[in-house]
Write a protein that binds this ligand. Structure first.
Ligand code: ADP
Length: 409
């Protein structure tokens, strides 16, 4: 079965083609036949990088008259030119899309129908940087492959069964009725990390209490009990919770009232909190933790504050997850920061020593991937996981295709 995955973020478009057996899924994520990434530079230009299983690499800057044309050009690289891996696009059996916001409507992945598209559209207000890009990919694939099933895999789905004490904001009760609640995001990654953690530890997911830390440009934590997300740090939008690259995370809403009274508009506040805050806002240097770290070496005090604040808030939120779970068997680090930053893992783990957690420094410093880096006598395991959202989406497609008899191949 050939499964094509489109994973649209706010500033990038990742895509991958997997070929898997119809009979069973492999235990480990296979290498995709073909992987393409677009980093949007402006509205209709992008940097394109493609890799194939056979080792072919291609990169170029594309300028077209619309985003759709850029996307089409990306897709053509599947069956044309040096990165060609199929003869024609109709060889694709099923397409999976990451959809960031599924609201309260979707607790699991679904086959795309007109009503699913309407819901994704209706939720654009809540994820303005993501849902329109997700819908754009769905509509393009519908035009190209009208008879092929498409699947929406929601970043909110994994958190959709959180208990109401975790999902409710203590505002007026009207909010509950209007759907103003904590939805949570990065669910595809948190779920993948939780499953992978159980697999690596050779334990049943149902028997574990886990904290999964997805720390990339955006960042969130999930408290996973018996395989279900029971709490998470992102909320109604992906702005809540941890300090991030350019997002503030949780701040006193009174600050926003104060700024609005001073004349700031909703759009200005949106920009301030989503694009001009976090590591970038405090350091004034960069949204990238590596650049902040370099600035600290140049004795930049704002960079030092940004790093200290990032760590402080991360640790405080982990504490809150420990309490939600009532104990913890493992903490899992993933995402660009979680996977690559050994000093961050060390600092977090040292703050968790009171729980009997002991990190193995040598393992931590050896660029670990998909492994436990706690000492053998540690009471809490420490996992570093290379999260594979695209493979997780492909797995969902495979399962839905099986359950609903969707493909002929
Ligand atoms: P996204 O959330 O956009 O998918 P990633 O998960 O790829 O992002 O994470 C990107 C971030 O990872 C970068 O902004 C950078 O701060 C961080 N990062 C990558 N490598 C390192 C490293 N070696 N040390 C610290 N941070 C790193």
């Amino acid at each position: 079965m050939k499964i094509f995955v489109l994973n649209a973020g706010s500033s990038s478009q990742k895509s991958a083609l997997y070929e898997v057996s119809n009979a069973a899924l492999p235990d480990k994520a296979p290498e995709p036949l073909w992987e393409g990434q677009l980093d949007w530079l402006a509205d209709s230009s992008a940097q394109l990088v493609i890799k194939t299983y056979a080792g072919e690499k291609h990169s170029e800057t594309i300028e077209k008259s619309s985003r759709q044309e850029v996307l089409l050009y990306l897709l053509e690289r599947l069956y044309q030119g040096s990165t060609k891996v199929i003869e024609q696009i109709s060889e694709i059996d099923i397409v999976g899309h990451r959809v960031v916001h599924g609201g309260a409507d979707y607790q699991s992945s679904v086959v795309v129908t007109p009503s699913v598209k309407q819901t994704i559209q209706a939720l654009t207000d809540l994820a303005p940087n993501h849902n329109p890009a997700n819908l754009e990919g769905i509509e393009l694939m519908e035009q190209l492959l009208p008879d092929i099933p498409q699947v929406a895999v929601f970043d909110t789905a994994f958190h959709s069964q959180m208990p109401s004490v975790a999902s409710t904001y203590p505002g007026p009760y009207d909010w509950v009725e209007q759907g103003i609640r904590r939805y949570g995001f990065h669910g595809i990654s948190h779920q993948y990390c939780a499953q992978k953690t159980a697999q690596i530890l050779k334990q049943e997911l149902n028997s574990l209490r886990l904290i999964t830390c997805h720390l990339g440009n955006g960042g969130s934590l999930a408290a996973v009990k018996e395989g279900k997300s029971i709490d998470t740090t992102m909320g109604f939008t992906p702005l809540d919770g941890l300090m991030m690259g350019t997002r503030s995370g949780a701040v006193d809403p009174g600050i926003l009232i104060h700024l609005m009274r001073q004349g700031m508009t909703g759009d200005q506040l949106d920009r301030l909190l989503n694009k001009e805050s976090g590591l970038l806002g405090i350091s004034g240097v960069s949204h990238d933790l590596r650049a902040v770290q370099s600035a600290i070496q140049q004795n930049n005090p704002r960079a030092q504050l940004a790093k200290d604040l990032y760590l402080y808030r991360l640790k405080a939120c982990i504490g809150s997850m420990v309490m939600a779970l009532g104990g913890v068997n493992a903490i899992t680090f993933a995402g660009g920061i979680g996977e690559n930053s050994d000093w961050l893992r060390l600092s977090v783990c040292e703050s968790m020593e009171f729980l009997g957690l002991k990190i193995d420094n040598q393992k931590n410093n050896s660029s670990p991937v998909d492994t436990d880096i706690a000492t053998s006598d540690s009471k809490v395991s420490v996992l570093v996981i290379h999260t594979q959202e695209d493979w997780a989406i492909a797995q969902e497609c495979w399962q839905l295709a099986k359950d609903n008899n969707l493909t002929n191949s």
